[in-house]
Write a protein that binds this ligand. Sequence first.
Ligand SMILES: Cc1cc2nc3c(=O)[nH]c(=O)nc-3n(C[C@H](O)[C@H](O)[C@H](O)COP(=O)(O)OP(=O)(O)OC[C@H]3O[C@@H](n4cnc5c(N)ncnc54)[C@H](O)[C@@H]3O)c2cc1C
Length: 460
Amino acid sequence: MPQNPIQCNQTGCILYNSYGVWDDRKSCHVATTVYPTTEEELRLAVANANKNKLKVKVVSKFSHTIPKLACPTARNENSVLISTERYNSSIVVDVANLAVTVDAGVGLRPLIDRVEEEGLSLVAATYWEGVSIGGVVSTGAHGSSWWGKGGSIHDHVIGVRLIVPGNASEGFARVLDLKGDDPLLNAAGVSLGVLGVISKVTLSLERGFKRSITLNFTNDNGIEDEFMEHAKKYEFGDIQWYPRHMQRCIEKAAEATKNINAKRIMATSSIAYRKLIANGLKNSEVFTGYPVIGHQGKMQTSGQPEDSVVVDFNYYRADEASTPRLNEDVWEEVEQMAFFKYSGKPHWAKNRKLDFVGVQDKYPNFSKFVGAKNVVDPDNMFSSKWSDEVLLGQAGKVKEDGCALEGQCICSEDRHCSPGNGYFCRRGLVYKEARVCRYGSGSGSGSESRFESESESESG
Ligand SMILES: Cc1cc2nc3c(=O)[nH]c(=O)nc-3n(C[C@H](O)[C@H](O)[C@H](O)COP(=O)(O)OP(=O)(O)OC[C@H]3O[C@@H](n4cnc5c(N)ncnc54)[C@H](O)[C@@H]3O)c2cc1C
């Protein structure tokens, strides 16, 4: 079992995420943690925090989020963490109305199992079942589907009970029962924990159904032209692209020796293995051939019957923030192209800080969301350094030495990369506006980019 993400002693608590390291590698200190088991205890926790002017954040038993969303404050004083670890007992299925109402701390797997017992199916789910309903709804987490209501869990939310600060006559905390066309219901989905505490979530369901899965391993010729058709044609379509695949120990050696071939060989052997085991799919006891057909509850999200590790490789992160990654400029350029040239939207629970630059302009109702936050939480009890940076458009503007190596900023000077290791701030090769840390000699990153001028004026 992984260690509990909250570790407390006499002086206070430290909140970790499930990776053990936050995106900025700094610890999250909190004065105290409470573990409510009922909605009334949740309400009292908010009331107590409000009365005592404490900063508050909710965190689940799992704390899976990479950015520091769940950390109340940079310091531990005047803060409290509300854990939903023990608020996970109620799952009420309304068969007639095809709906289920759950406590926010309930994990995805117990929820799916309960719903399937009633002959119903939850349509959207993350690929990983070790998450809480409160957490996935708060961060816009998703599976994969363009069909019906969509592939994000919040697409299927039809009700939320939200606990927000109140005045003294209201007992310092209020429970809002959001449903129907209440505009706050819309805001409560993907609310990043800044509106208040989600107590209960009601999700719409479908009659139980099965999925038929076939994995097709091909080369990547024309992948950019095919994925739209793929998504339209298959209800739960998926594409996994392996330009290269890495195993960590060998990876470190490859970084140190700048050995690109070692990385390619690792990629090839990994894909061959995945083909052989059909990426873990089984017809009954073992994999005997495609298609693999099963109930939605068994196919929609992964869980292992024994201790196992599922690795969805994104990129290698060095032990030290100051250690550059071989060819990191390639991914940095792709990243900046995706987010700034093509205006991609970041995943609230996963992306690096630079990806949130300008995020306010990507959602037409962003200012309405901030407005709703200001109404229900006028004293910013549920806001934090991270949420202020992102919601107020300050993300990535403070630049420290080496900050671009881990995506805390976009480089505009060599010192934001690692000149000592031979990584300098350079313009993109294809997307010229990008600024990336590239291995090479000499200095001088070239002329200004939108990021450069913007950041330098802000950071001084
Ligand atoms: C192995 C792994 C696989 C993943 N797979 C996917 C995937 O397939 N698709 C995808 O989209 N994402 C995926 N994620 C990301 C994951 O869905 C998000 O990190 C999600 O937020 C995790 O939920 P959690 O219960 O751990 O939330 P936490 O990390 O505990 O909390 C997330 C945020 O929600 C807030 N919050 C939590 N509960 C409440 C509440 N009751 N009220 C108010 N705010 C609350 C917290 O304050 C925090 O801001 C994956 C993550 C991991 C580690």
